[in-house]
Every structure is written in structure tokens, then in C-alpha cells.
Design a binder for this molecule. Structure first.
Ligand code: ADP
Ligand code: MG
Length: 603
């Protein structure tokens, strides 16, 4: 930390004295580079951090610049008033561009945003108010009392101040709740939604953020060059910007800045050879994508990992610590008498296939319900319907007495439902601790204005979340893995992280989809202990499981599915004797081990 502050201080000092060594042309180049760096940070936020393809960043830039030009020259407004209005106008455009993001997925989003960017250049080239192909000239220089900003040397300090503020703000966003949710959405939008992240709003917020950066850069550009024309905002520049973000490293804002500076310098060096320049950017981008997909900023980490592997470090030697049981919640009299979950006559049809056929079940408070059945019998589909990933073809789902049929997953999550996935869906590029933080953080995305108006309260809240995350890590014996990426961990540990994450969301109902798949005997025994403790702390659990020993010893009630229908339901011993169940299991090509038998696993 101290080291970082020292480095930042040194860089700050160097930037402060930079103009003293530059001639008037060089300072102009530096000023343009700073503007590109601000644009690249904005693009890095939406594309790298939030994972949304945005080819309209150059249009945001253009709107900011053109709005400043039009307002100062045609309307005769002062520079600063125009600047504020221009940024607002850009945000409005950002919202418009972000609207398709509410619906379409990323590659289509690329096409939509590209279309909007082209429409913008087209419009400014033809619109009379924008001066057509000639553009708008004679934009007044911004004024500050006592400082002549028409001098590029002094303008540099204005840009530097703005750059410092927007970079700090960007880093602040990335390292706290909002940025974490965006990164979670980028890694796995479905899992993020199931943990309560309002994915559509989050996408929109990312576009708005990018547009603010575009608008600010546009204003600075208009004030610097004092002339705007369509070619400054064309697609070639968009690709240059894209190259900056890819080369520097999409996921690191500092990387975006590094990328902006390096590519801008290359462009400057090749200014007399535009064709070579285009080919050069293209080749560099391709090389980076192939050999350093995490960009320049990701290189140190990759090199360190490579060296560690050379030296023979096989990951970590860290051990999973024992789970520490929850405190048992007060006795039975606090139990709800109403059902936690009521599934009523639910059917789910996939084209010709009826994955669920008139399924009804009721789960009482603090029950552990087992759902068993052969492969393909519709168990996961049932979870997907319950948790809002699928809308049922027919029937209703009531959760805590409220009809929640067809509600978005994040709404169900916020109402108190949490789940794990059969094929693990951890956020791969977040650390184990950050995975938990995403679940712990229940703040709403629409409260993001706090980042501007109440940054201290955001920071305080984040500190509190980190404390809670450490508690969860300790309870699940995961402390040693806190800072690691989940994908580097053994399967058994990943499974435990996923359960810890689901419970960290503080649900009323927990859905576990085959949590024992791939675990060894000892791990299964621990899992059984963990699930029972979770229930004893006051949660209701539904568990899909193939491991019959586990289901039989753990569950109070078992529902048996076969070909999308419920063929039996009752206590484990009743179900085990049921003729239809035995037949369904023998019909499926399962081994005798899978036959429901009386528990072998001890309680
Ligand atoms: P289980 O979890 O019990 O093994 P699933 O619920 O995953 O079974 O699947 C039930 C049936 O529905 C299977 O035949 C599967 O192929 C089909 N199915 C599941 N999801 C889809 C989907 N998204 N599209 C089409 N078919 C699906
Ligand atoms: Mg399944």
C-alpha cells in the first residue's frame, strides 16, 4: 500500500513537471493523449469491467464535443455552462444507447452500438446545425479567473486535474460494490442475477458511466482544439480507442491508460504514414489478443504465475479448514406455519419435450427436502422454474405466500431465494472473497448516485461487507483461499465456495443442485454436516442429489421425479419401499448403488 502511494506520488510529480521539458508541439500531443486516456477509461469500464461491447464510445465523445461547440457558438453560452449541459446531453445519449442493452446480448450489442456510432457521424456530416463537413470552428477557450487556458501549457493542468479526478472515480467504482457487481455480471450474468444483481439496470449503468467519460473527454477536446469536424469522431478512431483498451488490458483502468498512451505515441510516430499506421495497430491488437489476452496490465501477473510454475510451485498447499457450525436458531415455536414454497401444477415444455408435467409440491419452513430421479427427469428444470430462470408453460410458483411465477431471478433472489448450480457457476475472474462479497452486498444499483454524493458512506459500507466476508470465510474454512481465483481451486473447494456464496446472500430458501457431485466420501460427509447446520440456523433447504446415502440420511421428505412427473413423495423409508420408484430406477441404466436403500451414511 505504502509502496503504491509512493509510486503514485512520483508519477504525479513527474506529470506536474512534464510541461517544462516540452515544446509547443509536444505539449499539444500530450494534451490529446490525456483526452484519449479519459475516453479509454470510460470504454474500459463498460467493456472490460462490465463486459458490454460498446462501439459507440467515439459517438459519446462526439456528442460532448459537438454539444459544447453548438452551445458556445450558436447559443452564445459560456464555456462552463455549455460543458455541464454537454455532459448531460451525452448521458442522455448514453441512456439511449444503453436501452438495447436491457434486452440484447453482447455481440448483438456490438452491432447496435456500431450502428448508432455510424448514425452519429452521418448526422453531423449532414446537419446544418453541426456545420456539415466543415464542422464548427471558433469555439471560445474556457476561462478561469487568472489563468489563460488558451495556452496549451496551462490547459494541460486543467486536463491533468480532470484526468486525476475521473481516474480516481473509476478506480473507486471498480473496487467497491458497483464495480464488483459489474465484474460478476461480466463473468456470469446468470449467476449474478441469481444472487440479486439487477443485470439490466447494471448494464445500463455501465453505459451511462462510459458516456460520462465520453462527454467529459468531448468537452476537453472542444476546449483544446476549439474546432470540431466529423472526421475526429469516425469509426477509425473508434477502432483506435478499442485497440488502446485491448492492448492495455480491458480489466484494469490503469491498463487502459497505458494502452492509450502507447498507442497514441505509435500513432504520433507514424503520422506521416497513415496506411502503415492502420496495419500496425491492427497487428499489435491481434498479437496482444493472441499472446497476452489480459493486455499489458495483465502481463506482470502472468509472468509471475509462469515463473512460479517453473519453480515447481503447484498452486497453493493451503488446506480446507473444518466448517464451523452455525448457532442453532430458537426452537420450533418460531417456525412459520405457512409454506415457504408452493409449486402448483407446473409444466415446462421445450418444443416437443415435456421436461416437467403437472408438478406440484409444497415445502414447509425449515424442512430439508430431497429431490431425486434419474438423469433427465426434470430436476434442474424444476429449480430453474422455481428460481425464475425459466417461465413455466403452465402452473404457478408461490414463494413465502406470494405468487412469483415468471419473476426475474434477481427479484426472487431479493425476496429471499438463493441457489447453487449443477455445473458450478462461480465468478471466475473474481477472488473467492469477492465472490462472497457479491452475495453479501444487497445494495440496489439504482442507489449508485451515492458514489457521487456520498462516497464516504459507500466506502464505509464496503468495509463492513469485507468484515462480513471474513466471517463467512472463517466459518466455511476458506480463509486461506480468500485471495485466489476460484477456477484455480480443486473441485471440492469450489463446491464449498458456491454453497458459502449462496448462504452469504442471507436467503430464506436455499436450493442446492447436486452439491455432492464430484466430491469424495469425506467431503460428502462434511457436506451433510454443513447442510444440516444451515437448516438448523433457520433456513429451508431443497437439495437435488444423486447420492442416495446422502439424501436418505439428510432429508425429511423426498420427492421423486421421473420423466418430468412426480412418481412418489414421502419420508425416506416410505419412498425407498415404493414400487414405482424402484421400477423407475431399474428402468434407468443406473447401477445398483443408486437404488434408494436405507441409509448407509450415519446421521
Ligand atoms: P435433470 O436435472 O433431472 O437431470 P433436466 O431438468 O436438466 O434433468 O432436464 C430434463 C429434460 O429437459 C432433459 O431431457 C433435458 O434435455 C431437457 N432440457 C433441459 N433444459 C433444456 C433447455 N433449455 N432446452 C431444451 N431442453 C432442455
Ligand atoms: Mg440436473
Amino acid at each position: 500500500m505504502k509502496q503504491r502511494i509512493a509510486v503514485a506520488g512520483l508519477i504525479g510529480l513527474a506529470l506536474w513537471f512534464l510541461p517544462y521539458g516540452l515544446d509547443s508541439y509536444a505539449i499539444h500531443v500530450v494534451n490529446v493523449i490525456l483526452i484519449f486516456a479519459i475516453l479509454a477509461i470510460g470504454l474500459g469500464l463498460v467493456m472490460g469491467v462490465a463486459g458490454q461491447v460498446n462501439l459507440a464510445q467515439v459517438a459519446f465523445f462526439g456528442v460532448g464535443a459537438y454539444a459544447t461547440a453548438i452551445l458556445t457558438t450558436h447559443q452564445g453560452l459560456g464555456f462552463w455552462v455549455s460543458a455541464v449541459l454537454a455532459v448531460l446531453a451525452t448521458v442522455v445519449v448514453g441512456v439511449v444507447v444503453g436501452t438495447p442493452a436491457l434486452r440484447v446480448q453482447s455481440h448483438y450489442l456490438g452491432i447496435v452500438t456500431l450502428g448508432l456510432a455510424l448514425a452519429f457521424t452521418n448526422w453531423v456530416t449532414n446537419a446544418e446545425i453541426a456545420g456539415g463537413a466543415e464542422g464548427i470552428s471558433a469555439i471560445p477557450a474556457p476561462t478561469l479567473p487568472g489563468i489563460d487556458l488558451s495556452s496549451e501549457y496551462l490547459y494541460y493542468y486543467l486536463e491533468l486535474a480532470v484526468f486525476a479526478v475521473v481516474l480516481t472515480f473509476g478506480l473507486f467504482v471498480v473496487r467497491t460494490g458497483l464495480g464488483r457487481r459489474m465484474r460478476a455480471m461480466r463473468d456470469d450474468a446468470l449467476a449474478a442475477g441469481a444472487l440479486g444483481a439487477e443485470v439490466p439496470v447494471l448494464r445500463m449503468t455501465a453505459f451511462m458511466l462510459a458516456s460520462v467519460y465520453g462527454g467529459v473527454a468531448g468537452v476537453l477536446y472542444a476546449g483544446l482544439i476549439r474546432y470540431v469536424a466529423p472526421e475526429s469522431f469516425n469509426i477509425a478512431n473508434m477502432f483506435l480507442l478499442l485497440g488502446m483498451v485491448i492492448i492495455g488490458g480491458r480489466q484494469s483502468l490503469i491498463g487502459c491508460v497505458i494502452g492509450a498512451v502507447s498507442l497514441a505515441l505509435v500513432r504520433e510516430a507514424l503520422v506521416d504514414h497513415p496506411t502503415i499506421a492502420q496495419v500496425a495497430y491492427g497487428s499489435v491488437v491481434v498479437l496482444v489478443v493472441v499472446f497476452a489476452p489480459t493486455g499489458l496490465a495483465g502481463l506482470p501477473t502472468r509472468i509471475r504465475a509462469l515463473l512460479a510454475r517453473r519453480r515447481g510451485h503447484q498452486g497453493t498447499a493451503a488446506q480446507l479448514q473444518p466448517f464451523q457450525p452455525y448457532e442453532t436458531s430458537p426452537a420450533d415455536d418460531t417456525r412459520r406455519t405457512t409454506a415457504i414454497l408452493e409449486v402448483e401444477h407446473v409444466s415446462k415444455q421445450f418444443r416437443g419435450l415435456k421436461a416437467l408435467d403437472d408438478v406440484s409440491l409444497t415445502v414447509a419452513d425449515r424442512e430439508i427436502r430431497g429431490i431425486v430421479g434419474p438423469n433427465g427427469s426434470g430436476k434442474t428444470t424444476l429449480f430453474n422454474v422455481i428460481s425464475g430462470l425459466y417461465r413455466p408453460t403452465a402452473g404457478r410458483v408461490r414463494f413465502l405466500g406470494r405468487d412469483m411465477t415468471g419473476q426475474a431471478p434477481y427479484r426472487l433472489a431479493r425476496a429471499g431465494m438463493s441457489r447453487t448450480f449443477q455445473n458450478l457457476r462461480l465468478f471466475g475472474d473474481l477472488t473467492v472473497e469477492e465472490n462472497l462479497l457479491v452475495a453479501l452486498d444487497r445494495s440496489r444499483t439504482r442507489q449508485s448516485w451515492r458514489y457521487v454524493l456520498r462516497p464516504i458512506s459507500v466506502l464505509r459500507r464496503d468495509r463492513d461487507l469485507h468484515r462480513q466476508a471474513r466471517e463467512v470465510l472463517t466459518r466455511y474454512g476458506l480463509t486461506e483461499f480468500a485471495g485466489l481465483a476460484p477456477k484455480a481451486l480443486p473441485y471440492g473447494i469450489q463446491r464449498r465456495v458456491e454453497i458459502a456464496r449462496a448462504v452469504a446472500a442471507a436467503p430464506t430458501l436455499l436450493l442446492l443442485d447436486e452439491p455432492a457431485a464430484g466430491l469424495n466420501g469425506e467431503e460428502v460427509r462434511q457436506l451433510s454436516e454443513i447442510v444440516r447446520s444451515i437448516r438448523d440456523s433457520g433456513l429451508t433447504v431443497i437439495i437435488i442429489e444423486h447420492n442416495m446415502g446422502l439424501v436418505m440420511s439428510l432429508c425429511e421428505q423426498i420427492t421423486v421425479l421421473a420423466s418430468g412427473r412426480i412418481i412418489a413423495e414421502g419420508r425416506p423409508d416410505e419412498v425407498a419401499r415404493d414400487a414405482a420408484v424402484i421400477e423407475a430406477y431399474l428402468g434407468d441404466s443406473m447401477t445398483a448403488d443408486d437404488l434408494p436403500t436405507v441409509p448407509e451414511v450415519t446421521r
